[in-house]
Ligand binder design. Structure first.
Ligand code: GRG
Length: 288
């Protein structure tokens, strides 16, 4: 499947889940769902499974859609005044700017809980579904994204160690990007050693994704980002650029992507060509 086909399938699953009835809740959720996300995480899931030569069924895509629900929930909540206080996301008004804070909180709440309903309907063995739910809950909750966001908001204007910065990124952004690698391993029933390699691969790509996000926050415009640029710097956020400067951050991004490429070549019975374009897209052209 190409990226456009994956995006279209994810959109269809999400919209058919939320357009069952008309309500303000449905409208506000669909507003954010249709705001033009890249669907990076579901694309990763599909590409890893294709690397193992697995057929991409609607059930597989539902797992990707469940992940995208939580991702969208996190963006809505992240934009709220009490968090990052952003007016624009994906080039459009943020959910709370359009629908008000209470509705935005509820849209995020639904998108955070509904994935488990969707996963429960997937036509996989019960044991596989439970493993997927466990991994998704870990990736998004206390041990993952929410834990990372807590470090993030509490380290604004603070001197932060490299160790804490790595932990922040691994949890806030990394865990949700590692999930597609773990989920693909669960669905493809790979041996334990391969599952560990997949997790490490996801960790490198997740870290690279966040370093890149820190870099483009200072180098790109509103038009490219779809949100206010240089906000991390203005708010003295803990980022790779703040801790290391732009050039070193680019070098660290390059290192993470090189390590991902090495790992990619070591996974047994895996066609690494499916993931190489994604790794290349994360590279910044003038990197060192
Ligand atoms: C209620 C689920 C929930 C979470 C509460 C707000 C919060 C805790 C966490 C925020 C986590 C967060 C926003 C991390 C940033 C991750 C990141 C780099 C997002 C951008 O991802 P892209 O580029 O966005 O994939 P698109 O728009 O393409 O989907």
């Amino acid at each position: 499947m190409n990226n456009q086909e994956i995006k279209a399938s994810i959109d269809e699953i999400l919209l058919s889940f939320y357009q069952k009835d008309y309500s303000l809740l449905s409208e506000s959720i669909c507003y954010s769902i249709q705001a033009g996300g890249k669907r990076f995480r579901p694309i990763l899931l599909v590409k890893v499974l294709e690397g193992f030569n697995l057929k991409i069924t609607t059930d597989v895509l539902k797992v990707g859609a469940a992940l995208e629900m939580i991702h969208t929930s996190s963006l809505i909540h992240d934009d709220l005044p009490a968090m990052d206080n952003d007016d624009y996301r994906r080039g459009m008004l943020t959910n709370h700017k359009k629908f008000g804070e209470a509705n935005a909180i509820l849209a995020g709440d639904a998108l955070l809980l509904d994935p488990y309903q969707l996963l429960a309907t997937v036509d996989f063995e019960a044991q596989i579904i439970v493993k997927l739910m466990l991994s998704l809950a870990k990736a998004s909750g206390f041990q993952g994204m929410v834990g990372g966001q807590s470090i993030d908001i509490n380290s604004e204007n603070q001197a932060i160690s490299y160790e804490l910065l790595k932990q922040l990124h691994a949890k806030k952004t990394g865990a949700m990007i590692v999930f597609p690698f773990i989920a693909a391993g669960i669905i493809a029933k790979v041996p334990e050693a391969t599952a560990i390699q997949l997790e490490h691969l996801g960790e490198h790509i997740g870290l690279a994704f966040q370093i890149r996000d820190d870099i483009i926050d200072v180098t790109e415009s509103f038009e490219t980002l779809g949100k206010t640029p240089q906000k991390d710097i203005a708010e003295n956020k803990a980022t790779y650029v703040r801790l290391f400067g732009l050039e070193k951050a680019k070098q660290l991004l390059s290192e993470q992507l090189n390590q991902a490429e090495v790992l990619l070549g070591q996974i047994l019975d895996f066609n690494s060509e499916t993931l190489k374009p994604i790794i290349n897209q994360l590279r910044i052209k003038d990197e060192l």
